[in-house]
Design a protein around this ligand. Structure first.
Ligand code: LR7
Ligand code: MN
Length: 581
């Protein structure tokens, strides 16, 4: 109950902090905004009109009206207005045959107009929001590899059709060495009708991280807007993002990511009040703010939501700020982890990440990547995450490695590359610690630095382990004695200060060694030998396949290794305090 209340307070604090921070933007601009309520002050603001009916008024642009929802080019087409499309009976096989081209319904995507209308899913309250009329321009960057043709076009059209022309400086398509020649030739021809679209071709596969950097390098807009290449921008998507960046250049603004159904291509709106979070070992996820928090803070569904981490693919960032932050770690390969890297960098080095509910973009979520990884996918992502952990997590990197990534610590087997530049960058920017990040940005995160701590009590001997003058022995349990206090760390070390309990390689006897996270012979699993039991009892030496348990030696007052035996009380150990279930 108490814990629960503490949790609640933490969340409330966070949201309060969030709300305060909202008002802490650039003081000049805040003043500007206040002044704007007086009619005599010049800068004008434009209202983003929100109309919640499916249909929105069309613009006047001759080639591609700003928004085509009222009178779409082909009102009767399938998938029009974001409605589910159906594959005719006779086409089922063709549909299945083409699925793997993109790991979604490629057949249907081709039938749906490239400029279809989708429902305007913005919350009603967005209509009360105003934006400045002198917003910065943006370069929209799509990088892609072997993207499905129809989907790529729909992504580009949605930007062309639903972005105010004066704010859209250019669209940069970065082809990350696609293998299909047809895609290449057709794209050149097709895009030549749009002066704002530029195509960049990478000479070898770089992966999305370096592909984005290649796009950013040639961008001329004041703000960079990155998008995945299988998206549909919704009505009014751009202005609220640019408004946020304009108000404070250290704000990184993300749209709400809605779902384009991979099976029927329908546009599905998502729940409000979701934020991007991560769980160990650095796994991205969504989490909904609780009713309570929303009520207590009187959050409107159009209020920006601060996010500990971003999903990764869709965001606007001030171009110069992106470079001040040192962009992405260019040592990250192909896919994965870059969203964590940039998120930690932004927060720890003075910026903020927000989801802007008045900006909405649909994304096709696919079950598999439709392109090949030059190396194995898992290994690529792991290596990327290890780079992120080493540069940004400080002492908390043990939580990352300790959640299933021990093997990454063996640098003889896994080369994560040189990190000097990244570490120097963090120092140069005087970024805050990961502890600060956890306490201030993501206090709900469970991040105990060790798995268990305190006395290590032996059930058979009814005494506690003690370490005195470099010798391991038993003593009457006493919490006030430093010599009896140990940690069971995330690397599974049994640690007291710099000393760890290990095993002599030849004699198989218990010894003390300087702690070293890379040494597997110092790792002890703490668990029950009875399969269904939740109790942690036996301390099992991990590196010996035969499973050897730590046992209190009844006569000698010492400890030894023995074959594991679920019934032996002298092999059962308990710590004073556990941080893991
Ligand atoms: O080698 C590559 N080169 C590329 O150019 C690999 C990919 N790409 C392109 C690809 O064509 C696509 O346009 O990069 C873009 C992202 O790749 P996806 O669509 O395969 O990624 P995803 O949507 O599965 O994954 C999410 O996490 C990625 C981690 O690296 C990126 O950050 C993606 O941008 C990100 N997508 C989103 O945030 C959309 C919402 C998904 C969620 C949650
Ligand atoms: Mn994607």
């Amino acid at each position: 109950e108490k814990e629960h209340l503490k949790e609640k307070d933490k969340i409330v604090n966070l949201v309060n902090k969030q709300n305060n921070a909202h008002n802490k933007s650039d003081p000049d601009k805040m003043k500007d905004q206040v002044l704007l309520t007086l009619p005599t002050v010049v800068p004008q603001r434009v209202e983003i009109k929100t109309n919640l009916s499916r249909v929105r008024k069309s613009g006047t642009h001759r080639v591609m009206p700003l928004d085509m929802t009222e009178k779409p080019r082909d009102g009767g087409a399938i998938g029009q207005f974001g409605l589910p499309a159906v594959v005719p009976i006779g086409k089922q096989e063709e549909m299945r045959g083409r699925w793997n081209e993109g790991h979604f319904n490629v057949y249907l995507s081709e039938q749906i107009p490239v400029d279809r209308a989708i429902p305007d899913t913005r919350p009603q309250t967005c209509s009360e929001n105003l934006v400045h009329d002198n917003l910065p321009t943006t370069s929209v960057i799509f990088c892609f590899v072997d993207e499905v043709w129809s989907t790529l076009l729909r992504s580009v059209h949605s930007v062309l059709n639903r972005s105010p022309p004066h704010l859209l400086k250019e669209i940069i398509l970065v082809d990350d060495f696609s293998s299909k020649d047809s895609l290449k030739d057709n794209l050149d021809v097709y895009m030549s009708q749009f002066p704002k679209v530029r195509i960049i071709r990478l000479k070898e596969r770089q992966g999305l991280i370096r592909a984005r950097l290649a796009g950013a390098a040639v961008a001329t807009g004041e703000v960079l807007t990155f998008l995945d290449s299988h998206i549909e921008c919704n009505v009014g998507w751009l202005e609220p993002l640019l408004e946020r960046v304009y108000m404070d250049r250290r704000k990184v603004a993300c749209p709400v990511i809605e779902v384009i159904n991979d099976k029927d291509m329908s546009y599905v709106l998502v729940d409000n009040f979701q934020r991007g979070i991560f769980k160990w070992p650095l796994v991205f996820g969504w989490s909904t703010l609780s009713e309570e928090v929303i009520k207590m803070n009187k959050l409107k569904d159009s209020d920006p939501i601060r996010c500990p981490v971003m999903a990764g693919g869709l965001f606007s960032i001030d171009r110069k700020y992106f470079y001040e932050l040192g962009t992405y770690d260019p040592g990250l390969d192909v896919w994965g982890g870059e969203n964590m890297e940039l998120s930690f960098k932004i927060w720890m080095c003075g910026g903020e990440i927000e989801i802007i509910p008045c900006s909405r973009v649909g994304h096709i979520f696919r079950s598999e990547n439709p392109y090949k990884f030059p190396k194995n996918k898992q290994k690529t992502v792991e290596r990327n995450l290890a780079r992120v952990a080493e540069v940004w997590l400080d002492e908390y990197k043990e939580l990352f490695y300790g959640h299933g990534y021990h093997h990454l610590l063996d640098r003889k087997l896994i080369d994560i590359g040189n990190l000097t530049d990244q570490i120097q960058l963090r120092q140069k920017l005087k970024c805050k610690s990961f502890r600060w990040y956890l306490e201030n940005v993501y206090p709900e995160m469970d991040a105990p630095l060790v798995r268990a701590q305190g006395l290590i009590f032996n059930l058979g001997a009814r005494k506690c382990l003690a370490l005195e003058k470099g010798i391991i022995s038993f003593d009457t349990c006493d919490l006030s004695k430093q010599s009896q206090l140990f940690n069971h760390t995330w690397m599974r070390l049994l640690q007291q200060q710099q000393s760890c309990i290990g095993v002599h390689s030849l004699r198989a006897s218990v010894t003390l060694e300087p702690c070293d996270n890379t040494k597997s012979h110092l790792r002890w699993l703490h668990k029950s030998l009875i399969p269904s039991s939740a109790l942690m009892e036996h301390l099992i030496l991990q590196h010996i396949p035969k499973r050897t348990c730590l046992e209190a030696a009844t006569h000698s007052e010492g400890i030894r290794l023995s074959d594991c035996d679920p019934g032996n009380r002298f092999q059962k150990w308990h710590f004073t305090q556990y941080f893991t279930p």
